[in-house]
Design a protein around this ligand. Structure first.
Ligand SMILES: NC(=O)c1ccc[n+]([C@@H]2O[C@H](COP(=O)([O-])OP(=O)(O)OC[C@H]3O[C@@H](n4cnc5c(N)ncnc54)[C@H](OP(=O)(O)O)[C@@H]3O)[C@@H](O)[C@H]2O)c1
Length: 284
């Protein structure tokens, strides 16, 4: 059987980088999107037959530009892996509408535009698989994780809707819900700037603690290796039965089942405690 053609977005680092290489090693034809010209030679150290083919794409580009790029790839994709994204964090009163829009612009609208670009060819072949990299925070939120969580909840809605609308046309959709993985995600994550007027809030200290916790070396040790995600995706591509959600990593699996099984108040008490939810100070 001819190798399947796969598009993966956001392959300059992390989950996308490792998945692109791993799938290319399994003989898939992998088209790997990056944003910078300098990243176009990221894979040249690999043997030519196992090199993902990089191409330039920024999720903030227009629908017509993204559709044109995807339709000009040598082979239409049988699998789309929507991976590119970043995290904007901070309590909701410390962020602005602009921050939220920027987060949704990439994580939601960007993902949606790439899906729109692949649907026509998948539908005409009556076959296709769309894998959306959501997050365990697409299923529940934590204090301080709001903007990111909102963007990932909307990825869940995208997945569910596509399952209703496109399954009859042979197109399968699945959400992956990773826990915490060791990638550039934490270093690249953004928070509102401290000390600006907008952030004069009792939550300001909470935000800075959150930022510090992302960089905490102890937390970095507990994060899973991105190859784990690559292997799950490889298994999914070769299966015929696609669940709606796939939690990945021990932390995500534990939280996923607690979220499903525990009474809601108990679950939220546990996550609020783990996340050290902000409380009113005497002078706040
Ligand atoms: N790491 C985790 O713990 C974790 C957990 C759950 C879910 N996730 C999700 O997994 C996905 C991959 O993240 P990661 O952990 O691999 O982080 P990462 O190492 O920071 O990789 C993110 C990728 O997305 C690309 N990207 C960011 N903004 C983009 C844009 N506007 N247009 C196109 N590409 C863009 C980045 O490109 P540049 O290098 O050019 O910025 C990079 O290639 C994300 O959707 C993230 O939300 C991650």
């Amino acid at each position: 059987m001819a190798p399947k053609t796969i598009i993966i977005t956001g392959c300059s680092s992390g989950l996308g980088y490792h998945t692109a290489i791993y799938l290319a090693q399994q003989d898939y034809q992998v088209y790997a999107s990056v944003r910078r010209n300098s990243d176009l030679n990221l894979f040249t150290h690999l043997p030519p037959q196992h090199q993902p083919q990089p191409f330039l794409l920024d999720l903030r580009w227009s629908q017509s530009r993204i559709s044109k790029i995807i339709s000009s790839l040598p082979t239409p994709p049988e699998v789309l892996i929507n991976n590119a994204g970043y995290g904007f964090f901070g309590t909701l009163d410390t962020i602005s509408v602009d921050h939220l829009q920027q987060q949704l612009e990439v994580n939601l609208y960007g993902t949606y535009k790439v899906i729109k670009a692949v649907l026509p060819s998948m539908r005409s072949r009556r076959a296709g698989l769309i894998i959306n990299i959501s997050s365990i925070l697409g299923l529940f939120s934590l204090p301080g994780y709001g903007p990111y969580s909102i963007s990932k909840f909307s990825i869940e809605a995208l997945t569910q809707t596509l399952r209703h609308e496109e399954t009859p046309f042979g197109i399968k959709t699945v959400s992956l819900n990773p826990g915490s993985f060791s990638t550039n995600f934490w270093k690249n994550s953004q928070l509102p700037r401290l000390n600006s007027k907008r952030t004069l809030s009792p939550h300001q200290q909470f935000n800075s603690n959150l930022k510090a916790s992302f960089a905490n070396p102890r937390r970095q040790h507990t994060r899973s290796h991105p190859l784990q995600v690559a292997k799950v995706i490889n298994q999914l591509i070769s299966t015929q039965n696609y669940p709606a959600n796939v939690p990945i990593g021990l932390d995500a699996q534990l939280l996923y089942y607690l979220h499903r099984l525990l009474p809601r108040p108990l679950f939220f008490w546990i996550v609020k405690t783990i996340a050290h939810a902000p409380r009113p100070q005497q002078n706040a």
